[in-house]
Design a protein around this ligand. Structure first.
Ligand code: ADP
Length: 438
């Protein structure tokens, strides 16, 4: 920190005066405590600034407190402009003074300010002691004494906060100017905090917009494609029925491919539609017995289980806060995958649960585990398999559209949980997901 402040030398204060100065310093610091807390609570920024200035003005016993913000002008000049102001009753405000909007410091005879404030020092004292070029401008605002403290944001000189005494001259003790430095430091931090918050809010809004757009698009596209596709399949079936065996073996094969392709597209569209409805059609989470949801899933999977000769076992499962249909869907997708991505030996799947805590949210959660003895997943693929349309195999190896895990992820996240996989390729995988405890 640069020392050496610019200001008039002062006679040694006597005890009484020193006490008064310390009381004023403490009043300023008390205001600082309030201001810091207020800014951190992220309330309305404009209102917080106005409150802060009023508090500081009263604590410091001045008539006017204001904040100027710099902006770059032509030819590397610094233009500074008044952004916020508080005035004591009876004092003429300067906030609407057009001369103080884009004030060219150097050109207006305030080159000293640019230099001193820019290197982090204060300017304070009585106007009658100031250089003539400054005196005229300041006296036109009825200022008798002033203290100006630079504000730095991210190590760059951002602007300054000023304190005017208009009714009478006023001294600034070292204790007080120290307190003012702290004020400016807090303001700099608050401005930076506010910038980050604004950028975050913007990014979040953008994300929500694009998510909603995507959902809308997926819904419209899949919904509108269903009907024409149904027609295509209908006509292809008709073609196969009427002309099968009459157009030559090549044509029969082509019709077969076309029907296959259309059916796959239909599956994809249905899956996409399902994906786009997770949030909009989901029910509010309510206490849901996971044992029941699992039984429903196993019922839906009975043909696949029987065909693969799979064994599915489970521990007693808890009651969680979930949309019952979506919990069933989670089990169905994960167990369905466990059976589909099997090795030569019959699939063995086990479902269990253990208690855990979401540390960030401070919430009690249940972690479900769906363990299989299938082909496993390489560590580098463990994250991307949860993306929409992400698949590791061809249709011929393992049929599918690559939406199942994206659906799982969206469901779990909608409930405030997480989903991930741990796996040893060639031995099996365990999918984990968390849901809030009921
Ligand atoms: P799909 O099953 O339609 O391919 P998913 O989104 O359900 O789509 O799965 C994405 C990919 O993740 C799968 O293609 C597969 O490669 C991999 N995968 C999912 N579950 C398992 C599992 N239990 N064992 C091995 N790989 C899996």
């Amino acid at each position: 920190m640069v020392t050496g402040v610019i200001g008039p030398a002062r006679e040694l204060s006597d005890g009484a005066q020193e006490n008064a100065e310390l009381r004023r310093r403490d009043a300023i610091l008390e205001a600082v405590g309030f201001i810091a807390e207020r800014f951190l609570r992220d309330e309305d920024w404009e209102e917080s600034i106005q409150d802060a200035l009023a508090r500081l003005g009263r604590a410091a016993g001045v008539n006017r407190v204001y904040i100027f913000e710099n902006r770059p002008g032509p030819d590397a000049a610094i233009l500074t402009g008044q952004r916020y102001e508080w005035v004591a009753p009876g004092i003429v405000p300067q906030i609407d003074n057009p001369d103080l909007q884009d004030f060219p410091l150097r050109a207006a005879g305030f080159g000293r300010w640019e230099e001193v404030l820019g290197r982090g020092d204060l300017i304070y004292g009585h106007i009658r002691d100031f250089p003539p070029s400054e005196r005229e401008v300041l006296m036109a605002q009825d200022i008798k004494s002033i203290a100006v403290v630079p504000i730095f944001v991210e190590q760059k000189w951002w602007g300054f906060i000023g304190f005017d005494a208009c009714s009478a001259e006023r001294e600034w003790s070292a204790a007080e100017t120290d307190a003012l430095r702290i004020v400016a430091g807090i303001l700099g931090a608050a401005i930076q905090h506010q910038r980050v918050q604004a950028a975050l809010r913007e990014a979040l809004a953008e994300l929500q917009r694009s998510n909603a757009d995507l959902e809308q698009f997926a819904h419209v596209a899949s919904h509108d494609l269903q009907e024409p596709l149904r027609m295509v399949i209908g006509f292809l079936d008709l073609l196969a029925e009427r002309y099968g065996g009459q157009l030559g073996p090549d044509a029969d094969e082509f019709i077969g491919f076309a029907v296959d392709g259309a059916r796959r597209m239909q599956n994809l569209i249905n899956a996409l539609l399902e994906y786009s409805r997770i949030r909009t059609r989901g029910q509010a989470p309510r206490p849901t017995d996971a044992n029941v949801a699992l039984q429903d899933a196993l019922w839906n999977l009975q043909v696949a289980i029987a065909e693969a000769g799979a064994t599915v076992t489970h521990d007693p499962l808890p009651t969680v806060l979930a949309d019952p249909t979506q919990l069933m869907q989670l089990f169905q997708n994960l167990i369905g995958n466990a059976i589909k991505f099997r090795r030569a030996e019959p699939p063995v799947v086990h479902i269990s649960a253990q208690q855990t805590t979401d540390i960030a949210a401070g919430k009690a959660m249940w972690e479900f585990l769906v363990r299989d003895n299938g082909i496993g997943i390489a560590a580098e693929d463990a994250d991307r398999i949860f993306n929409l349309f992400e698949r590791l195999h061809t249709q011929r190896q393992y049929p599918g559209v690559g939406i199942g895990l994206a659906v799982c992820k969206k469901i779990v996240e909608r409930h405030g949980g997480r989903i991930w996989v741990e796996s040893t390729p060639g031995q099996g995988s365990t999918f984990h997901f968390t849901l809030p405890a009921a």
